[in-house]
Ligand binder design. Structure first.
Ligand code: S3P
Length: 439
């Protein structure tokens, strides 16, 4: 793989069409796969992660097709066939964890694996609750590759999430879809609720209540098959965050990003950027297929450092790498707190952020309390560093964004991982004025 260089630019301009939301796209395929009838998906993210989920479902006997008009159709089944070969989920934690939830309720054996990044990520957070529902998991070290043997056992199941993870929450809920008994998830800290919203659209009997301690009680009544529906996928706020920060830190920029999903459990990054002084306006707010969306208008801004409390983490868990870049260009210190989960993402992001900033002349540290401290340069980032992306798309994109405004270009060793979530990132950015090229 050739190295990629991102050079300082004059500014970003135009309307950028951001691809579909990754979380929503995975769910649309997975729920469509087991629903009665044909589900139609508009705006599916056609990235490696999502296409790997589609391929795995096809190996399980699900009919998934792209129509000539760009819509995807998933014809649901209630009897997965045992896959003839291993299901390779690539880089995708969401794909593999949600699929494990679904498969746990079917009486078949399937082996799942992924790339080096995914094979190093924790899976016990999924296999531990799902084992209690009767499914059996075989793995040498609790990580991928994992053989799953599902179970049709029907018993009510209650689970309290030990970590704020929508992937764990969703896996447990999916394990309950085929049962005739209820599945209840207690969620002490709210995290993205695309599963709950979309299951409702697919006709599931699911309700969410808050107890007196503020814990969400998510109850899925069993015994009802999902019914196919039409899904419209909003543009991904997590992908939008990269051009947003690029526009904020480069001079004279003005961009519009249409149809961005602004689910309140995903928009922590916008709250924090606004607090830092970002000029971002929301236009044309509306609701499309259970999810709120808006067109975002972003202009160059002078940013100031900010203290981001740990409570904010679930609503912006994927955005810390790009927020760290914004903080590097801000005036004053930024403290990002409660980042333990960043260590088990596509790479150890806590380490990758500090290493990447330091290599570009930014003063950053990670004290032992799972926080990151960044001394802002007031738009004076030196740059010139070489970044190891470590199969992590968001690390690669964040530092390409840093290069758009640093004094010296930023080089990334391997940007191939960007295809997992945002294949058109480089061409879209260059069309808007960026100068990102292969060495
Ligand atoms: C996701 C949930 C988050 C996020 C990931 C997508 C999802 O992971 O980091 O990119 O679609 O449910 P966790 O649930 O493990 O925090």
């Amino acid at each position: 793989m050739k190295k990629t260089i991102s050079e300082r630019i004059k500014g970003l301009h135009g309307t950028l069409s951001i691809p579909g939301d990754k979380s929503v796209s995975h769910r649309a395929l997975l729920f469509g796969a087991i629903a009665q009838g044909a589900t139609e998906i508009k705006g599916l993210l056609e990235s490696e992660d999502v296409l790997n989920t589609a391929k795995a479902l096809q190996k399980l006997g699900v009919k998934i097709e792209k129509q000539t008009n760009g819509l995807w159709t998933v014809t649901g089944t209630d009897t997965f066939k045992e896959p003839a070969s291993i299901l390779d989920m690539g880089n995708s934690g969401t794909g593999v964890r949600l699929l494990m939830g679904l498969l746990s309720a079917y009486p078949i054996r399937a082996e799942l694996t992924g790339d080096a990044s995914l094979c190093s990520r924790p899976m016990k957070r999924i296999t531990e609750p799902l084992s209690k529902t009767g499914a059996v998991f075989k793995s040498t070290d609790g990580k991928l590759p994992i053989m799953i043997i599902g179970s049709e056992k029907n018993e009510p199941f209650e689970y309290t999430l030990p970590v704020a993870s929508a992937q764990v929450k969703s896996a447990v809920l999916l394990s309950g879809l085929r049962k005739k008994t209820p599945t209840v998830v207690y969620e002490p800290v709210a995290c993205r609720d695309h599963t709950e919203r979309m299951l409702k659209a697919f006709g599931a009997d699911i309700s969410v209540e808050k107890d007196s301690q503020g814990v969400n009680i998510i109850t899925l009544k069993g015994g009802k098959r999902l019914s196919a529906c039409s899904v419209v996928v909003p543009a991904d706020i997590s992908s939008a965050a990269f051009p947003i920060v690029a526009a904020l830190i480069t001079p004279d920029s003005e961009i519009v990003l249409p149809d961005i999903g602004i689910n309140p459990l995903r928009t922590g990054i916008l709250d924090v950027l606004l607090e830092m002084g970002a000029d971002i306006t929301f236009e044309n707010k509306r609701e499309i297929a259970e999810e709120p969306v808006a067109d975002l208008h972003v202009r160059s801004s002078s940013l100031k450092g900010v203290d981001v409390p740990a409570e904010k983490a679930p609503s912006m868990i994927d955005e810390y790498p790009i927020l760290a870049v914004a903080a590097a260009f801000a005036e004053g210190e930024t403290r990002l707190n409660g980042l333990a989960e960043l260590k088990v993402k596509e790479s150890n992001r806590l380490q990758a952020i500090v290493e990447g900033l330091t290599r570009n002349g930014v003063n950053a540290s990670a004290p032992p309390d799972d926080s990151i401290r960044i001394t802002g340069t007031g738009n004076n980032v030196h740059g010139g560093g070489l970044i190891e992306a470590k199969l992590d798309h968001r690390i690669a994109m964040s530092f390409m964004v840093m290069g758009t405004a640093s004094k010296k270009p930023v080089t990334i060793d391997d940007v191939s991982s960007v295809a997992t979530s945002f294949p058109e990132f480089i061409s879209l950015m260059n069309k808007a004025g960026a100068d990102i090229r292969f060495e």
